[in-house]
Design a protein around this ligand. Structure first.
Ligand code: AMP
Length: 216
């Protein structure tokens, strides 16, 4: 199964991608995670991308297309994958389409997660991640048992540099301008499935599984 999770920052793409990975046994391919890992490791790619990411802007198409080309060729992607955060521009969608056509591996579906803008700001502002194991928390909806510490490993919880209010607004504007048009792009290709991204994480996951015919 080859699926794109499309939606604004904070719509729950990462959370739902992780669940799908567990259920379907295919990897989550997140360009944001790959770029953050490169930043943390201080690689040339990370050094180049950091300032752009901190501003909430998009890393150049050529960079992320190169990342995806390499990642999708890895053996663990042979049975499928969940794309989370890619494509984000028309040029990325076109490049992906060409790549998949050459490989003879068409997309199964594009799931568009819809959430109200005010809700997105609330979700992103409260988001915290364990610096050690990557577990996800939210100050209001999924707080840790001990403030600032991971329930799983005791590591310190961090706020992503780009989850601060000013950057959040910028990321939402970038989404509206550059990524939202992909909803129509994939609808035109008969691949789009809309998912109500409001409410409970389990309920949203159930909706997604139903749409993918992966219930039970
Ligand atoms: P995310 O974790 O998906 O919210 O991505 C975090 C940041 O990484 C974004 O705000 C961009 O700066 C960068 N990024 C991730 N995916 C892409 C992409 N497909 N195209 C361009 N920049 C990206």
């Amino acid at each position: 199964m080859r699926v794109i999770l499309l939606g604004p920052p904070g719509a729950g793409k990462g959370t739902q991608a992780q669940r799908l990975t567990q259920k379907l046994g295919i990897p989550q391919v997140s360009t944001g995670d790959i770029l953050r890992a490169a930043v943390a490791a201080g690689t040339p790619l990370g050094r180049e991308a950091k300032a752009t990411m901190d501003q909430g802007a998009l890393v150049p198409d050529s960079v992320v297309i190169g990342i995806i080309r390499e990642r999708l060729a890895a053996p663990d992607c042979a049975r499928g994958y969940i794309l989370d955060g890619f494509p984000r521009t028309a040029a990325q969608a076109e490049a992906l389409g060409e790549m998949l056509q050459a490989l003879g591996t068409p997309l199964t579906a594009v799931l568009s997660l819809t959430v109200d803008p005010e809700e997105l700001v609330r979700r992103l502002g409260g988001r915290r991640t364990c610096g050690s194991c990557g577990a996800a928390y939210h100050l209001e909806t999924a707080p840790p048992r001990r403030a600032g510490l991971c329930d799983r490993c005791g590591g310190g919880l961090l706020q992503r540099d780009d989850d601060r209010e000013e950057t959040i607004r910028k990321r939402l504007a970038v989404y509206r301008e550059q990524t939202a048009p992909l909803v129509a792009y994939y609808r035109g290709r008969g691949l789009l499935r809309e998912v109500d991204g409001r409410g409970d994480i389990d309920a949203i996951f159930t909706r997604i599984c139903r749409l993918l015919g992966a219930e039970g």
